[in-house]
Design a binder for this molecule. Structure first.
Ligand code: PMP
Length: 323
């Protein structure tokens, strides 16, 4: 779908995937005015297809657009476009119980000019791609690397928006994590370099010995994950005391050593809920609990996966039926 100032959104179409020709002065290539989303469509038990919380992705896309000074795609158009694509690509939604159709809506500045100002033309596109299980051979606890040198987002910056620039800023830290044998980087806050914010592509949660669960608050420099919000609700439903509060890396290490911290997990669309087993930094490493997947983590994971796939009741109305 295209947008031009004065004209609005026009020219919606579904096309076979292929290259996009771009002028070398296309604004996005120079000023990174680009936003995206990630969500999944699932094959349901009766052979139908549903999406998980596309309304939440539409709302986050809108607020990302506002932060990046872009014309927002109307939420109805966002969801209608996803549905239209799924209808055409229905056979691409995997039937295997671990698979799903990953959907990647994105929008970029397509106007051709050099000069720092918002574009007046945009392209909104969606890619659909079948994906298998995130974990080969069952859920494995991940190792994470705490970045001391790099932060991802500062107060007043774009951390709460899902824009390409945030990931550009995070790649050097992700590379460092991988060099140290870790799967994901953990970012600390940019001001005090003290509080845990989130992982490279996931939000983070802690489970304590009294059964309470905490996650960092939405301070403006972390992504408001849709899985995060879903886990907060399910954890409360399951009787956990749930808090959104700052948690320092020092406290994480101390609570893991004393046994007060029982479990830690990360969550996001791709992996749903992932236990965090080992935490590493430049000085050494520690394990959370036994280093294995924790009980509360796995119970939350199983319930969320079951809701997404339509094999458990959907008390919050998250499942959006398409076919
Ligand atoms: N934080 C970051 C930086 C992410 O890239 C993602 C993945 N979109 C998340 C958190 C989790 O968000 P969601 O649950 O909406 O996938």
């Amino acid at each position: 779908v295209r947008y031009a100032e004065g004209k609005g959104w026009y020219d919606a179409r579904v096309e076979p995937r292929g290259p996009i020709a771009m002028d070398p002065a296309t604004a996005v290539l120079h000023y990174a005015q680009e936003i995206f989303e990630g969500l999944k469509a699932y094959r349901t038990a009766d052979g139908g297809v549903s999406m998980f919380r596309p309304e939440a992705n539409a709302a986050r896309f809108r607020s990302s657009a506002q932060r990046l000074a872009m014309a927002p795609v109307p939420e109805r158009l966002f969801i209608d476009s996803l549905e239209a694509l799924i209808r055409v690509d229905r056979d691409w939604v995997p039937t295997d119980p671990e698979g799903s159709l990953y959907l990647r809506p994105f929008q970029y500045a397509s106007e051709v000019f050099l000069g720092v100002k918002p574009s007046s033309e945009y392209l909104f596109l969606i890619i659909a791609s079948p994906v298998g299980s995130y974990f080969k051979g069952g859920v494995q606890p991940v190792k994470v690397w705490v970045s001391r040198d790099y932060t991802r987002a500062a107060p007043g910056g774009t951390g709460a928006a899902k824009c390409g620039g945030n990931y550009a800023a995070s790649l050097v830290a992700q590379a460092e994590a991988m060099e140290h044998g870790c799967d994901q980087v953990v970012f600390l806050d940019a001001v005090e370099r003290k509080y845990v914010e989130e992982l490279g592509g996931m939000n983070v949660f802690y489970v304590f010995d009294d059964g309470s669960i905490t996650t960092p608050p939405l301070t403006g420099s972390i992504l408001p994950g849709i899985t995060r919000e879903s886990v907060l609700r399910l954890a409360a439903d399951r009787g956990h005391a749930v808090r959104e509060e700052q948690y320092s890396y020092e406290q994480w290490r101390a609570d893991a050593a004393s046994g007060r911290l029982r479990e830690a997990f990360a969550c996001g669309t791709a992996a749903v809920v992932t236990p965090i087993g080992t935490v590493r930094d430049g000085d050494g490493e520690f394990t959370v609990g036994s280093g294995e997947a924790g009980e509360a983590t796995m119970a939350l994971r199983e319930q969320l996966v079951a809701i997404q796939r339509g094999t458990a009741p959907d008390p919050h109305g998250w499942v959006h039926r398409v076919l």
